[in-house]
Design a protein around this ligand. Structure first.
Ligand code: ATP
Ligand code: MG
Length: 717
């Protein structure tokens, strides 16, 4: 029998495909063919039951995953069908609102705000209220807003001018929230959360609209159901009430959006809501080798809140999983680059078979540099290359302006942060520069008394450049950058911004310079540095589908699969994240462990975990391997690189609860830098007095430093 839809399905998958009516759920581990079953079921309903494809709603979580689903469905039934309802929750809501938003007197051409738009609104509000990241970060505010939206009656406020009371325990965030709502309301703008709330609101308040959509959607299927929030679940549930065909597919062990409201319990307790629910379990993994699977199974068992399930596979053992421990960042990324070459040769693989995963975006810097050095093409999924990020370009431009005085950098930085040097100023300056055959900076220096140029901002800018030039003569590049950030006002700008990703990227830049200095064992020549870095910035922009190594966060990789996977930055304070460690909530660590599980289970043939020593600027601590590494039995993987017994012991001690007290940013033996007393080493951590005793080298004395002293920073020796 040659049946493209049903062949190659195992009995559980066949059952899932053919059980089209009623409430059905599939709970199964990663790589067990859930998405395959769901896409085959979609094809089956269209092709065998003759249902119009636009009467089946099929939602998942990320755009990438929705694209992947469409691709698989097309492979089964061709591309003549309307597959617009294979989409994300947000995608569905946008389509719904385009048709129905007039019910709440919003125009059809309403504006949708993405994360960047939200940040720029917050930037305005922070300015208006004169607050900065010391008070609150964007991330904190956005989480607050998102949470308030799911618990308060903010729609009553927006749509019917009813009063509402945001959480009174956090008055500053509440104020920001209210201003934020007003701004959105005035512009008929909706953020991502609004898409779902507005949709639910219209459905709840317009029985005729609800009935129309319910009648229209004969079948509803949800992939990655463990990450659906209460509102999302409510949406598909009410939409399915007429035809009562709701199919949920998910893996509770892959819940990685609890922080954004995911409620895996809806999947787990679905049968108590709908007693005639049919449950299908799948436990055969088709994706990974036994060696990889073993790690996934093993890691996730450490979570206490879960339904136990083990995956099995018939595949041959495959390659051993590898852990590489580098002495520093360079070693880690260089090793990855050389291993990639090894894979290409040994396995006759393509670059695009290889994926590098990390916990957060700033970690790409290290990897990107090594790949570029080794001429390995790569692209970043859902992100911007490190050296093309705005804040990094700002700092490097100023650095370049100081040492090279070029026009590009001048144009970028002369009025950033704003110094009141507008268009007219620049026109006049350009004219003089042309006439006198000078660069813009030289022309400004020469003509600063010109009446159109002699502005306060211009004088200050020249003074800044002159001062920084002097500083550059004596300071190392990392120190210089810190001073640049301070004196230029950029640091303040980013802090005011509240966008902590920017601050993290900047710290990462300084970190990379410190490492370079250490590696060279000598000061780094600024011009050489800039030349080298320009190699990283002037690359052609990406086009899809090229043969390139893929870099992405673990969150983005969910639902996808790749033959060769590296998990880099497998470091305590990164994965698990510093925040989850600091919170010391078992729940937060469990979500991080699920992230690790998601990362491992993306791999088909080979899986690598890498970490390195050094200093973590986010946590202010020396780096140690992730606690999750020590949860994996030694015999389950091979170790490359030298991980000393000392480090193993230190990392274990480091994770003990006593060490995780709040405020102990440093521990005994850590090297620290003090703005006045320079370098030192933590001799004792006094938890009672809440202070460190620091041995300062220059001074030759031990001094107490309060835990709360913000300007003590760490560095690696
Ligand atoms: P995840 O939890 O990561 O989303 P999943 O359960 O959705 O995983 P799929 O992506 O559907 O898993 O399938 C994993 C891989 O196994 C895919 O490459 C798929 O083509 C393959 N596969 C699924 N079912 C079968 C089967 N019955 N026979 C052979 N290969 C299969
Ligand atoms: Mg899937």
């Amino acid at each position: 029998m040659n049946d493209p839809i049903l062949e190659n399905l195992n009995p559980s998958q066949l059952q899932a495909v053919k059980t089209t009516e009623g409430y059905v759920r599939v709970i199964a581990g990663a790589g067990s063919g859930k998405t395959k079953a769901l896409t085959s079921r979609f094809a089956y309903i269209v092709d065998r039951l003759g249902i119009n494809s636009s009467n089946i709603l099929c939602v998942t979580f990320t755009n990438k995953a929705a694209q992947e689903m469409k691709k698989r469905v097309k492979a089964l039934i061709g591309d003549t069908y309307d597959l617009a309802f294979i989409t994300t929750y947000h995608g569905f809501c946008v389509r719904f609102l385009r048709e129905e938003i007039n019910k709440i007197h919003f125009p059809k051409n309403f504006i949708i705000l993405d994360a960047e738009d939200q940040k720029s609104i917050l930037r305005d509000i922070f300015n208006e209220l004169q607050i900065n990241s010391k008070h609150l970060t964007f991330k904190q505010v956005l989480r607050f807003i998102s949470k308030q939206k799911s618990t308060s009656n903010y729609l009553g406020y927006i749509l019917e001018n009813k009063g509402f009371e945001p959480d009174p325990s956090d008055s500053l965030s509440s104020r920001i929230f209210q201003i934020y709502l007003d701004k959105l309301k005035r512009n008929y703008a909706l953020d991502f959360d609004d898409l779902i709330h507005f949709t639910a609101f219209i459905l709840d308040h317009n029985p005729d609209v609800l009935l129309k959509w319910q009648q229209n959607l004969h079948y509803i299927q949800v992939d990655e159901a463990q990450d659906s929030s209460e509102n999302q679940f409510h949406l598909v549930e009410i939409l399915s009430r007429v035809h009562q065909n709701l199919f949920l597919v998910g893996d509770p062990d892959q819940t990685i959006y609890e922080w954004r409201g995911a409620k895996p319990e809806y999947l787990v307790e679905f049968d108590s809501m709908f007693p005639d629910t049919q449950t299908i379990i799948m436990n055969r993994n088709y994706r990974s080798t036994p060696n990889i699977l073993k790690i996934g199974n093993h890691i996730i068992k450490n979570n206490t809140v879960r339904v136990d399930k083990d995956m099995i596979t018939d595949k041959p053992e495959g390659f051993e999983v590898v852990h590489f421990h580098g002495k520093n960042d360079f070693e880690e990324s260089q090793w990855i680059a050389s291993e990639i070459k090894e894979i290409l040769q040994a396995e006759q693989a393509a670059y695009s078979d290889i994926t590098i995963l990390y916990r957060s975006n700033h970690l790409s810097r290290n990897i990107e540099q090594a790949l570029i050095k080794d001429n390995i093409p790569y692209s970043i999924f859902g992100g911007i290359r490190f050296f093309e990020r705005k804040e990094i370009k700002d700092v490097l431009s100023l650095l370049r302006l100081i040492v090279q005085g070029d026009n590009f950098s001048f144009l970028r930085m002369h009025n950033h942060p704003a110094r009141g040097l507008g268009k007219k100023f620049l026109e006049r300056l350009s004219l003089l520069a042309g006439e006198q055959n000078l660069s813009l900076l030289q022309a400004l220096e020469r003509n600063i008394t010109d009446k159109e140029l002699a502005k306060k901002g211009a004088v200050e800018f020249l003074e800044l450049i002159a001062e920084l030039r002097e500083t550059a003569k004596t300071k190392s590049i990392s120190d210089l950058v810190k001073i640049i950030l301070d004196k230029s006002g950029l640091s303040e700008l980013y802090r005011k911004d509240g966008d902590e990703d920017r601050l993290e990227n900047i710290k990462e830049l300084v970190n990379s310079m410190l490492l370079l200095e250490k590696e060279n064992n000598a000061p780094v020549d600024i011009i050489e540095y800039l030349q080298e870095i320009s190699l990283y910035t002037d690359l052609n922009t990406d086009t899809e589908n090229q043969d390139k190594v893929k870099l992405m966060t673990i969150h983005i990789s969910k639902g996808l699969e790749f033959p060769y996977v590296f998990l880099c930055g497998f470091t305590e304070g990164v994965l698990p994240s510093a925040l989850s460690v600091k919170e010391r909530r078992a729940r937060a660590i469990e979500e991080e462990r699920r992230l690790m599980y998601v990362a491992v289970t993306r791999a088909e043939k080979r899986f690598y975990m890498t970490d390195s020593e050094g200093f973590n600027f986010t946590t202010g601590l020396n780096k140690y391997p992730s606690r999750f590494l020590f949860e994996i039995k030694d015999e389950f993987y091979v170790r490359k690189g030298k991980l000393s017994q000392q480090i193993i012991e230190n990392s274990r001690n480091h994770q003990s609860p006593g060490q995780l007290q709040e405020n102990t940013a440093f521990k005994e033996g850590d090297f620290v830098m003090h703005p006045v007393w320079n370098k030192g080493k933590i001799q004792t951590v006094d938890l009672e007095k809440k202070e460190y005793l620091v041995d300062f080298f220059d001074m030759g004395k031990v001094k107490p430093i309060d835990f709360g002293f913000k300007h003590l920073t760490g560095f690696s020796e």
